[in-house]
Design a protein around this ligand. Structure first.
Ligand SMILES: Nc1ncnc2c1ncn2[C@@H]1O[C@H](COP(=O)(O)OP(=O)(O)OP(=O)(O)O)[C@@H](O)[C@H]1O
Ligand SMILES: [Mg+2]
Length: 277
């Protein structure tokens, strides 16, 4: 990495469909709108959702001529080697090269991981200055962070993803001599109060101390987060002139959620630029 290395944000969770790509795209656009240079690495070469999101944004800008800030984007492609060990080495090398290039050119690099445990995703976690794990507000999804006793609701043991983060944190300390700031965000929160939501609110703050993450507010369940994908837009773009979409109360709340997450990440030079969004 160069002396002017970027701050690296990894979005990871082995559980699929927890909102990782949605968070990645919104953070990237938020940072761009603050005037930072942002690189995006999509490690999910099967779905390439972040890659497709950015490609849609580029196409929308070309079609409408409304200038939107654009991140650099690279999708790390799989190795063609039949030999698994060789494929791992090749994919790591291509990731390392691309990350080093982006880190020397950008202020932030946002890395979107697939919703499964693959060697490249593990490798990327060891580069995380900040790791964000969005989880669906469900006790089933929570099991990957920590296993709970059904009678006492006490934490019995770490879940598989927390165990993995613990292991990769040790690895990172050895290789990079610094830690990982790990944030867990509750994703797709419903507006309704129910028992599940109440229990999640009770147990997560207790788990954070033991498992070593910080809990932050995530994004609520809102149609707008799903609706903008085909144009490559985010809720932070809606106020820009030339975008013909009404800014409703719900959209404004979504915007406030994204800004709040950006503020809670404690990223370098971000707090003083939040009002630029
Ligand atoms: N806050 C939200 N409100 C409503 N829908 C959402 C929200 N966040 C994500 N979604 C929708 O939920 C689905 C999964 O989101 P997303 O693709 O961001 O998750 P992911 O964790 O990246 O999934 P994967 O593990 O498959 O990569 C998508 O259909 C997305 O549009
Ligand atoms: Mg994804």
């Amino acid at each position: 990495m160069s002396a002017h290395s970027a701050h690296i944000i990894v979005i990871g969770n082995e559980k699929g469909g927890s909102g990782k790509t949605t968070v990645a795209m919104h953070l990237a656009v938020g940072l761009l709108r603050m005037g930072f240079k942002v690189g995006c690495l999509d490690l999910d070469y099967r779905q390439q959702s972040l890659g497709r999101y950015c490609a849609n944004r580029k196409a929308w800008v070309e079609r409408t001529r409304v200038p939107l800030p654009m991140p650099q984007l690279t999708v790390i492609m799989p190795s063609s080697s039949d030999l698994k060990s060789q494929a791992i080495v090749e994919e790591r090398a291509s990731f390392d090269a691309e990350l080093a290039r982006m880190a020397s050119e950008c202020d932030f690099v946002v890395i979107d991981c697939p919703g499964s445990d693959v060697p490249l995703s593990r490798h990327a976690h060891t580069y995380a200055d900040t790791l964000i794990t969005p989880i669906n507000d469900s006790l089933l999804d929570l099991d990957l962070l920590g296993q709970l006793d059904p009678m006492t609701w006490e934490l019995k043991r770490a879940g598989i993803y927390s165990g993995l983060v613990w292991e990769l944190r040790q690895q990172r300390r050895k290789t990079h001599k610094s830690g990982i700031d790990w944030l867990v965000t509750r994703s797709r929160l419903s507006a309704l109060a129910d028992r599940n939501k109440q229990k999640m609110a009770e147990v997560l703050p207790k788990m954070q101390r033991v498992l070593g993450f910080r809990l932050a507010e995530g994004f609520g369940e809102r149609v707008i987060y799903r609706y903008l994908f085909l144009w490559g837009l985010t809720v932070l773009d809606l106020a820009q002139s030339g975008i013909d979409l009404e800014l409703t109360k719900s959209h404004q709340s979504a915007r406030a959620e994204v800004m709040s997450l950006l503020g809670n990440l404690w990223l370098p030079r971000v707090t003083e630029r939040l009002e630029r969004i």
